[in-house]
Design a protein around this ligand. Structure first.
Ligand code: Z5A
Length: 213
């Protein structure tokens, strides 16, 4: 795979990690802090933050969907990403905004690749094509043992209901991606207090923000 495409306008920040790691909490806190400091920020998520994506989200996460071919699942997530990048992420970056997304391509590499054990390079080729190879300037990985993350919830969707081994492979998938590209990743221990994690994220984002202006 090549090095990918980094938007010359705006700033693209992504949150990744297993279930219950605190992605929604931290992406909201970063959004609020950036807005307080005068930035124009778009807070978004995958799957499901477009009209078509909403339908795709229902299919991939509703336990009533039952068994899907692993390849079907990978293609449905890729379709959600194509809608998301073309209709939400790229327009906001073109306006010079900060885009914060709760999950992106790494999630499909970790869940459909490492988790479902599809060939990661093949899943990546599909996901990169779907997203025009657009890369985040920074990906924050909130790392947590799956037992703790899953314990933070009571109800399980189609993916949360997978085995512990599946979630362990997903965790290792995220860590491997981060280890291969330290310049564009920040890995944090998601067991730390919420405010400490938020401060570490702000410290890493602040210089990027200055560069994006
Ligand atoms: N998926 C995929 O397979 N392929 C893909 O390409 C994409 C996604 C994009 C989306 O689910 C599912 O789709 C996901 C991967 C798969 N797998 N599943 N299932 P989702 O969007 O519904 O949910 P999620 O992305 O997994 O997020 P989450 O489970 O809702 O958790 P979170 O956003 O990481 O955590 P949170 O909501 O911020 O926090 C959870 C609770 O923990 C809450 O009560 C917080 O107050 C608490 N919390 C947060 N931080 C802390 C700390 N530091 N200490 C203690 N407690 C904390």
């Amino acid at each position: 795979m090549d090095a990918g495409v980094f938007s010359e306008r705006g700033l693209f920040v992504c949150f990744e990690g297993g279930e219950g790691a605190g992605k929604s909490t931290q992406s909201r806190l970063l959004h609020d802090w950036l807005v307080e400091h005068g930035a124009t920020v778009l807070l978004t998520f995958e799957p499901g933050d477009t009209p078509v994506g909403k339908e795709l989200r229902r299919i991939v996460l509703d336990p009533a969907t039952g068994e899907l071919s692993d390849r079907t699942e990978a293609l449905l997530y890729a379709a959600d990403k194509a809608e998301h990048v073309d209709h939400v992420v790229l327009p906001a970056l073109a306006r010079g905004e900060v885009v914060i997304t709760d999950r992106y391509v790494d999630s499909t590499l970790a869940y459909q690749g490492a988790g479902r054990t599809l060939d990661v390079a093949e899943v990546e080729a599909v996901a990169r094509w779907a997203t025009r190879d657009l890369r985040p300037h920074l990906t924050v990985v909130l790392d947590l043992e799956p037992e703790t993350g899953l314990d933070r919830f009571t109800e399980r969707d189609r993916i949360e209901g997978q085995s512990l081994e599946f979630h362990q492979r997903v965790r290792q998938g995220f860590l491997a991606l981060a280890a291969a590209d330290a310049d564009h990743y920040l890995v944090l221990d998601a067991r730390e207090p919420i405010e400490e994690i938020a401060a570490a994220i702000r410290a890493r984002v602040e210089p990027l923000l200055a560069a994006a202006r």
